[in-house]
Design a binder for this molecule. Structure first.
Ligand SMILES: *Cc1c(COP(=O)(O)O)cnc(C)c1O
Length: 463
């Protein structure tokens, strides 16, 4: 195999002792020499490598198929391809992107239950077999366009506890599954498994347990129609940063025992997942520049008769205008319910006064607001604000509305990260470190629950 080159990944290797944060600082320094202070990203591709290792440790039975829609930058997709991930593609163009990086069609799942016929034909021509469905009409289409498809039945989940529910749009009910399986059988189509997506930013991990249990029911149901299914796809929704209520390992501590219970290791079922934000969220830091500012005096806005009079800080509020907004990178605020709060690039002095302020994007639309309330010192024009955890659903859906370009992305990786990626790509994942934690939790959960579903009591103990 030919050795990997950083050039292919469009990345700079960091010198020893340097971090992605140093690249942010250096880029700011370089920009500040001239007038050009465009917003920019720094992406630490080494963070993806770390996430991959963490995945293998937390979910050793589950192969990740990265959801390309979350961030389709070529460097990200190439890094994940090198690490051996599979890919969840939802369209012809996403399939083309992944193929162009040399990924075999067997590593792709066309995970869009409602596809255009011509794109199904494309998948067929390219040898992409695995694809999801949740309706009879889709089955008829697949029968016409891709006879040898390996179909995966997408089921609905109870996503009432997720920030971004998906079952309003996709997923068959358990009752509907019977009809669909019968129809697939009549059409002589192959159904190889079940998929679900609990919705993104799920706040109740028992949703996964229920969905895994429901999947088991569908596997059993499929046997009545002569299908011996062998693929379970547990979807996405795993958090990609640490600023969340429910941590990744808290979720996996619920998933693993459920898998072992309903899909035991020796049952011949391969388990995959479709993580998106998990891999990319924390790798990207966005730096934006303050291009305009308004100071609003208290008298002008609200009454100032009450308790805060003595405090000088309360006498004015600020409006900062920066050079990226909700029509650009911050579309995640509208589409992904993200909350974005800045970190100051220049650290404030300990006694520096702070003010309530709002942060606005550069377009002429009133909707273009990044933060309604935050507390910052009095910042001059030209200062930089940093936004961390900006890798998921940001650049992917960013527009150039009003003539504002998508920020440039600087890709970096540490040398140890680079070495680790090379090792994984040539020799596979290092054997997971056996720790007592998760395995013990799994065992105790299984023992205590007599009923089919682990009881609430048991789940609480697991968390
Ligand atoms: C969007 C999507 C994902 C990824 O969701 P994340 O919350 O980013 O993990 C996975 N699978 C399907 C089918 C999706 O639509």
């Amino acid at each position: 195999m030919k050795p990997l080159s950083p050039v292919e990944f469009n990345l700079s290797l960091l010198e020893e002792g340097f971090t992605a944060q140093d690249t942010v600082d250096q880029t700011i320094k370089d920009c500040s020499m001239g007038d050009d202070r465009d917003a920019f990203y720094v992406c630490d591709l080494g963070d993806l490598v770390k996430k991959h290792v963490r995945w293998a440790q937390a979910l050793p039975r589950v192969t990740p198929f990265y959801a390309v829609k979350c961030n389709n930058s070529a460097s990200v997709v190439r890094t994940l391809a090198t690490l051996g991930c599979g890919f969840d593609c939802a369209s012809k163009v996403e399939i083309q992107l992944v193929e162009s990086l040399g990924v075999a069609p067997s590593r792709i799942i066309y995970a869009n239950p409602c596809k255009q016929a011509s794109q199904i034909k494309y998948a067929s021509a390219r040898g992409v077999q695995k694809m999801t469905f949740d309706s009879e009409v889709e089955l008829l289409k697949v029968a016409r366009c891709h006879e040898s498809a390996q179909l995966v039945l997408r089921i609905a989940t109870d996503d009432s506890n997720s920030m971004c529910p998906l079952s309003v749009k996709f997923g068959a009910t358990l009752k509907g599954c019977r009809t669909l399986l019968r129809r697939a059988q009549e059409l002589s189509l192959d159904v190889i498994g079940v998929s679900f997506h609990v919705g993104s930013m799920c706040r109740d991990p028992s949703t996964y347990t229920q969905a895994i249990f429901d999947s088991r029911c569908v596997f059993d149901m499929a046997e009545e129609f002569g299908y011996k299914m062998n693929l379970l796809d547990i979807g996405g929704g795993f958090p990609g940063s640490e600023d969340v209520k429910l941590k990744f390992e808290e979720i996996t501590a619920i998933i693993n025992p459920a898998l072992d219970k309903y899909f035991p290791m020796d049952g011949g079922v391969r388990v995959i997942a479709e993580p998106g934000r998990y891999y990319v969220a924390s790798a990207f830091t966005l730096a934006v520049n303050i291009i305009a500012k308004k100071v609003i005096l208290r008298e002008q806005s609200a009454s100032n008769d009450e308790e805060e009079e003595d405090d000088e800080a309360s006498e004015k509020t600020m409006m900062y205008y920066v050079n990226d907004g909700v029509y650009g990178s911050f579309n995640c605020i509208l589409y992904d319910h993200a909350e974005c709060l800045p970190v100051l690039h220049t650290k404030p002095k300990p006694d520096e006064a702070t003010y309530t302020c709002s942060i606005w994007g550069p377009t002429c639309d009133g909707l273009d607001r990044i933060a309604e309330h935050c507390t910052l010192p009095d910042l001059p024009l030209g200062d930089w604000l940093l936004f961390e955890n900006m890798g998921a659903y940001t650049v992917a859906a960013s527009s150039n509305f009003n003539g504002f370009a998508t920020p440039e992305i600087h890709y970096v990786m540490s040398r140890p990260g680079w070495k680790c990626m090379q090792q994984i790509s040539t020799r596979g994942m290092p054997a997971p470190v056996e720790e007592a934690g998760p395995a013990c939790v799994a065992a105790s959960c299984g023992r205590e629950s007599a009923v089919d579903l682990p009881s609430k009591h048991c789940q609480n103990r697991v968390v």
